[in-house]
Design a protein around this ligand. Structure first.
Ligand SMILES: NC(=O)C1=CN([C@@H]2O[C@H](COP(=O)(O)OP(=O)(O)OC[C@H]3O[C@@H](n4cnc5c(N)ncnc54)[C@H](O)[C@@H]3O)[C@@H](O)[C@H]2O)C=CC1
Ligand SMILES: Nc1nc(O)c(N)c(N[C@@H]2O[C@H](COP(=O)(O)O)[C@@H](O)[C@H]2O)n1
Length: 223
């Protein structure tokens, strides 16, 4: 499986505000690039923190891209994946609508009633890990289901865990021309943080996009 992390951050490295309310950091061209990246992926993944904060759809905006996927024999939208150890995804969340297949990655600690409720609303549930989703096992199961190209949009907790497990192949970050600030505002990689061994990146590209900069890296060494 090839895993690409893509996110947008402010000039001071924040993904959103301390209230965890989504803000538009990207401009029109960057959102279009994100739509293309989604179109090229088998699945788009977020953590449940992002579902609770943003209620994203994770589907394609451009109907032409949906038609092109169908012409290739693929579903109109990539599948959606939510890392949700305890099943906190609300049953009426947009990621559970009928626009695409949705995988819910849960841990063994998830209550059976909640899991059943998610299956009833059409989610495919994958159990991996005791208290928290074991990402290595869960992504291997997704790969077994034909997900070869995975795009991860965030948030910071999930992105850190994926780096910690050595699961990220590429990172692209749009840096917007704004400052958000706030010690409690989410950053690109939150979690515990690394203290000794740090993932090594190789810079592939620097491009001006909208009123910001798109930075692209290949991950050369896991933590
Ligand atoms: N600017 C951007 O490009 C993006 C911004 N965001 C922002 O990020 C914020 C949400 O980020 P976070 O609070 O960090 O939440 P998150 O979206 O990273 O979800 C974290 C949650 O995922 C679950 N999870 C299950 N297994 C996990 C594992 N192995 N490792 C880590 N998490 C696991 C846990 O319940 C954890 O609390 C929101 O404010 C949202 O607006 C989110 C995506 C993109
Ligand atoms: N690439 C990017 N730029 C921004 O400025 C953003 N705020 C985000 N947020 C992510 O996009 C998701 C919204 O998805 P839908 O449009 O609802 O499908 C949101 O949940 C974040 O993952 N991304």
């Amino acid at each position: 499986m090839h895993v690409v992390v893509n996110a947008a951050m402010s000039a001071d490295g924040k993904l959103s505000t301390r209230r965890r309310e989504q803000i538009e950091i990207s401009g029109t061209r960057d959102f279009d690039r994100v739509d293309e990246l989604r179109a090229e992926s088998d699945a788009v993944m977020v953590g449940v923190g992002t579902v609770l904060a943003d209620d994203p759809s994770l589907t394609l905006d451009d109907p032409e891209r949906q038609r092109a996927r169908e012409d290739r024999g693929e579903p109109a939208n990539p599948a959606r994946v939510v890392a949700d150890s305890q099943v906190r995804t609300p049953p009426d969340a947009r990621v559970l609508d009928e626009a695409a297949l949705t995988y819910l990655l849960v841990s063994q600690a998830a209550l059976t009633d909640f899991v059943t409720q998610m299956e009833d609303v059409g989610a495919t549930v994958i159990v991996a890990g005791e208290d928290r989703v074991d990402l290595v096992t869960a992504l291997a199961k997704l790969e077994g289901d034909g997900i070869d190209q995975l795009m991860v949009e965030g948030g910071g907790e999930l992105i850190f865990s994926l780096f910690e497990e050595g699961l990220v192949d590429e990172l692209s970050v749009f840096v917007g021309s704004t400052v958000i600030g706030g010690r409690d505002a989410p950053t690109l990689a939150d979690g515990e943080g690394f203290v000794e061994e740090f993932p090594a990146l190789s810079l592939d590209g620097v491009e001006r996009v909208d009123d910001g900069v798109l930075l692209s890296w290949t991950v050369t060494d896991a933590a």
